[in-house]
Design a binder for this molecule. Structure first.
Ligand SMILES: C[S@@+](CC[C@H](N)C(=O)[O-])C[C@H]1O[C@@H](n2cnc3c(N)ncnc32)[C@H](O)[C@@H]1O
Length: 360
């Protein structure tokens, strides 16, 4: 049993089972013990690849998007852009390296809960642990961006049992059973009151069979509400993530939409070895829409096409043709854009992610 698991088992023994969302919060963010709290996360040398970690092309396209949003706001100076869940700062670095037209006005704020990741944030950006409050960054509109943040916010789970809808809590296995259960933590089902059960029926549909599970993404909804408040009048919130709907997830095995990752592979049951793996969930767009329906919902491939990925690839290929290896790193980066674009727009991978936009 690892240190975090031992702490959780002791806590549960004293206070009783904890909600699954509470468990995810500890397993990911407990300082020094949780997956992110220990320094796990996105990157080639870390645990999984995200679009900014594929290479600089994603950031170069986002830089073009930032320019077009700046133009549509009549080029404010300062132009405040908040990147939430910035991880090691790779997206921000690539945006700055692309030298967007808005660069001289750009005030880039990186919000990253795991402070161990701030060390690699680029100069010229400020780092903080929490989303600023409305108006805190000045009176003007703000663009709030989040790539693969919402799938990582703590979420609850509910299950339809023979006795009705229950919330999944995390309890401690009796000591004698811990080795049989494969660990010290076990699932405990706690019945839901009629109002919450009604919410579950509404999301899952009346035909849902016993055994159906649903995610409850309250923290993602709370985050969206705060982000919309921060964006302010004329601002924008842009969320990129793997997403589906609660109804669609209700029809699939929960192990498909709750995903665990470590060391560039899928990991095991989320209750095993807490802190050793990332725990993520597909984002339920319908649950976000209860805060505000997005103004646009398109695939990452469509979003990147709309903001000029093809032009950037053609420009990179032309540079490589003109300069070859003699052109040094810039020419090689130009050539590699072709492969980056393939990965970023792959309909069976990153290209199928959703880009949700709210105009505020
Ligand atoms: C999957 S990583 C994505 C990192 C980066 N955006 C990327 O695409 O490579 C999610 C990041 O969000 C951070 N995070 C989680 N909850 C957060 C919160 N409430 N505010 C800010 N950052 C948070 C995690 O620590 C982690 O670094």
């Amino acid at each position: 049993m690892n240190d975090l698991e031992a702490l959780l088992v002791d806590h549960i023994a004293e206070h009783g089972p904890i909600g699954f969302d509470d468990y995810v919060d500890h397993a990911l963010y407990a300082p020094g013990l949780g997956f992110y709290g220990r320094g796990g996360g996105a990157g080639r040398r870390r645990d999984f690849l995200t679009s900014p970690e594929v290479g600089p092309l994603f950031g170069a396209v986002v830089a073009r998007a930032l320019d077009s949003w700046w133009d549509s706001l009549a080029r404010p100076d300062p132009y405040v852009v908040v990147e939430a869940g910035a991880g090691p700062g790779s997206l921000a670095r690539a945006v700055l390296a692309a030298a967007p037209r808005c660069a001289s006005a750009l005030q880039l704020v990186l919000v990253e809960a795991a402070e161990v990741q701030w060390a690699t944030h680029p100069e010229g950006a400020t780092s903080r642990a929490e989303l600023p409050g409305p108006g805190e960054l000045g009176p003007g509109p703000v663009v709030v961006l989040a790539n693969e943040l919402l799938d990582n916010l703590p979420f609850g789970l509910v299950e339809l049992t023979e006795h009705g809808w229950c919330e999944l809590h995390v309890g401690a296995a009796p000591a004698a059973d811990a080795s049989i259960a494969g660990g010290g933590l076990v699932e405990v089902l706690v019945p839901l009151d009629a109002r919450r059960a009604g919410w579950c029926w509404g999301r899952a549909g009346r035909a849902a069979p016993v055994g159906t599970r649903l995610p409850v993404q309250a923290a993602a909804a709370v985050w969206l509400d705060a982000a919309l408040g921060l964006a302010g009048e004329g601002g924008r919130v842009v969320v990129v993530d793997y997403a589906s709907s609660t109804r669609e997830m209700a029809r699939r095995p929960w192990e498909e939409w709750v995903r665990t990752y470590a060391g560039h592979g899928r990991a095991g049951h989320p209750l095993r070895d807490p802190g050793s793996c990332d725990i993520t969930v597909e984002v339920a767009v319908d649950q976000l829409a209860t805060v505000a329906p997005p103004d646009r919902d398109r695939s990452q491939a469509e979003f990147l096409a709309a903001h000029g990925i093809r032009e950037l690839v053609a420009e990179g290929a032309a540079r490589w043709r003109a300069e070859g290896a003699a052109g040094g790193l810039a020419a090689i980066a130009g050539r590699s854009r072709v492969h980056e674009a393939d990965a970023l727009t792959d309909p069976a991978g990153l290209g199928a992610f959703r880009v949700l936009e709210w105009d505020t």
